[in-house]
Design a protein. Structure first.
Length: 638
């Protein structure tokens, strides 16, 4: 069974509405409901005075309706009394100014006072509901680090110093790692070290990366602390909703994944991007990567528009179903929405919901019913695994190290490069696993390594070993340049990959905005060029002056390509790794025995496949016809 779920902020509604909601949830086929995500101020209106009357009632109602609980610990946002009594829990921005209550998540991840109060609430909630028959899943806090990922208060500074002592042991090792011989930054003792608060000039880039690492670990530590309390009272699965999206980059989720019993992601179409549909597929594939290939949950998405982008576009007819099924195609076993009923008040009152302000005589509601019916038809897909032929290596550390201050071009952004690489693979119809640096790559037909700027020797060796054993790798510019201390690998770029690629890049030569260079095949390139010298590689594409732009190198039994500029990567990939003939607008993903065919265009398409189509219930011989904007799911029969 594929689940259909939602957040239910029952605190915002009266008991009459609760009763109506239970009936509507049953009509909509909702079977998993997240409650108590922002419940703290309701449950503990005054310090130590707990009142579970309303939550008990909602739990009973949901249980009575046969709906399972995705139970929030309630700690996402502190009640006003906590910050009034203990203003020291408030987070501080990089410029030293405090962020006040009045919004949400106004707490410092390293605050022992916040932690103590939050765990006290978790203890109460876990003890009360830990073995409730309706309880399916624990939902720790909410989107940890959405707003408060980086705190620069004195408490965070002390915690950062503790983290650094653990990592480096002695201050000389820290000096070496951070290159503090530069600009008179040498530390004599750990207590001189500060978080990288705003400075007059560029800050120490190694310190910035370590602060990112520390901050990610601080929130993971918070998750672990809540999970530990829960485990004392409950054997149910525990998770938190991750934010694998285009605009959140502060958590290294590779190091979080093992702590979550099930991987859950929140994803919203981002209309600030050039290609929101491609990013949706990318995020789904990265979420599956975090789940180690196992099925995962879409914990939040929107039935219609969100409220936090500059222009919050309504969904086109059919888009909701299509997007949801793309998540399913790429490994989701649950589709959940933020939120059940659109708020009448508060900062999210213009965020869409399953039940819109206009009520249920609406197209939006009917689309959710259609999705619900479709998920039921797709029940056999549950638990199956996506089959990918290529891998893309993704690194939060490279994201941090690339998008830092004082870089060769301010237009060089890690995620843009990753999206471009992923977009090219998607254009070629190649299903992609997104993997952590250092992963075993041997099962893939090809591997793409975009902008892997910060890489350890071990992580670089994983790519070289793969190629040596017969693999094909395509590595793009700015990769391999620094080690995990953000220290440049001397002797020429791309540092860690120089030998594998058989090139030495003597100099970066970024381009001005709008500037283009012409390549030897007539194609255009932008953003970035390099002054490359070949050692063992050959030129595949040259710049206008004849210098190499794209190279290939035999290495062991395989081949490694280097792409030193921003160009039509699909063209390079087609040559480097080969690709099946694909049609624009068609997305095809195989999950277990099921072939998902998504038609992003407006005209019918026929996709060759044999079997049984689950949505229409029809037998398919030769090819399945997919109407414009629709998805078809064919169970292949041999
Ligand atoms: C996040 C949060 C929700 C809500 C939505 C709005 O996903 O977890 O509480 O704010 O964003 O899109």
């Amino acid at each position: 069974m594929l689940r259909l779920g939602c957040d239910y902020n029952y605190e915002q509604w009266s008991p009459e509405v609760w009763a109506e909601d239970m009936a509507l949830m049953r009509r909509a086929g909702v079977d998993l409901v997240a409650i108590n995500v922002f419940g703290w101020a309701e449950l503990e209106a005054r310090p130590g005075e707990y009142d579970f009357t309303a939550l008990d009632h909602i739990v009973d109602l949901l249980h009575g309706a046969g709906i399972k609980l995705n139970l929030g610990t309630g700690t996402a946002s502190a009640p006003p009394w906590l910050t009034r009594r203990h203003p020291e829990v408030l987070p501080v921005a990089a410029d030293g100014t405090t962020r006040f209550p009045g919004g949400r998540q106004a707490w410092c991840p390293s605050s022992p006072v916040f932690r103590e109060h939050a765990l006290r609430l978790v203890e109460q909630v876990a003890r009360r509901y830990g073995d409730h028959p309706a309880l399916d899943l624990w939902h720790v806090s909410n989107e940890l680090g959405c707003h408060n990922a980086l705190c620069y208060c004195d408490g965070s500074a002390a915690a950062f110093r503790g983290w650094l002592e653990q990592r480096y042991g002695d201050v000389e090792a820290l000096n070496k790692a951070w290159g503090t011989a530069f600009w008179s930054q040498r530390y004599a003792a750990f207590d001189e070290v500060q978080p990288p608060r705003l400075a007059l000039s560029a800050r120490n880039p190694a310190q910035l990366v370590d602060f990112q690492r520390f901050s990610s670990d601080a929130l993971l530590d918070h998750y672990r602390a809540e999970a530990e309390v829960i485990r004392r009272h409950s054997t149910r699965k525990i998770t938190t909703n991750l934010m694998v999206t285009a605009h959140i980059r502060n958590q290294n989720y590779w190091s979080w994944a093992a702590d979550l019993d099930v991987i859950a992601n929140d994803h919203y179409r981002d209309h600030r991007l050039a290609d929101p549909a491609a990013e949706l597929s990318f995020a789904a594939d990265l979420t599956r990567g975090l789940a180690g290939g196992r099925p995962w949950m879409l914990m939040e998405t929107a039935a219609g528009a969100v409220n936090w982008q500059p222009y919050n576009l309504a969904r086109e007819p059919g888009e909701l179903l299509r997007d949801a099924l793309i998540h399913v195609a790429r490994g989701a076993d649950a589709i959940c929405f933020f939120q059940w009923r659109a708020s009448a008040q508060g900062a999210e009152k213009f965020h869409s919901a399953i039940v819109p302000h206009a009520g249920v005589d609406t197209a939006a509601w009917r689309e959710v019913l259609e999705l619900s019916a479709t998920l039921r038809k797709l029940a056999p897909v549950e638990g199956t695994r996506v089959e990918a032929e290529v891998a893309l290596v993704f690194s939060w550390e490279s994201w941090w190290a690339t998008d830092t201050e004082a870089r060769p071009s301010q237009d060089l952004r890690y995620l843009d490069q990753v999206h471009a690489a992923y977009g090219a693979l998607r254009e070629l119809g190649l299903t992609t696993d997104i993997v952590a640096p250092g992963s075993d790559l041997s099962r893939y037909r090809a591997v793409l390594v975009p902008c892997l700027h910060m890489v350890s020797d071990r992580e670089a060796a994983a790519v070289a070993d793969y190629v040596e054993g017969g693999g094909r790798a395509v590595i793009t510019f700015y990769s391999g340049v620094v080690d995990p201390d953000d220290r440049v690998r001397l002797g020429g770029y791309p540092g860690a990959f120089r030998e594998l690629l058989g090139v030495v890049s003597e100099e970066f030569a970024p381009l001005r905005p709008g500037q283009e260079v012409v390549l030897s095949d007539g194609g255009r390139a932008t953003l970035w060029t390099e002054r490359l010298r070949l050692t063992t590689a050959r030129t595949e594409l040259a710049y206008e002056d004849g210098r190499p732009a794209v190279t290939s190198n035999r290495f062991g039994a395989g081949q490694a390509w280097y792409v030193s500029t921003a160009l039509d990567l699909a063209g390079v990939l087609r040559r480097a790794v080969g690709a099946p003939a694909t049609r624009p607008d068609t997305e095809v993903v195989r999950r277990g025995d099921f072939v998902f065919v998504v038609n992003h265009g407006t005209k019918d398409i026929d996709h060759p496949v044999e079997g049984h189509e689950l949505i229409t219930g029809q037998a398919v011989t030769g090819a399945v016809t997919v109407p414009g904007g629709a998805v078809r799911v064919v169970r292949e029969e041999a």
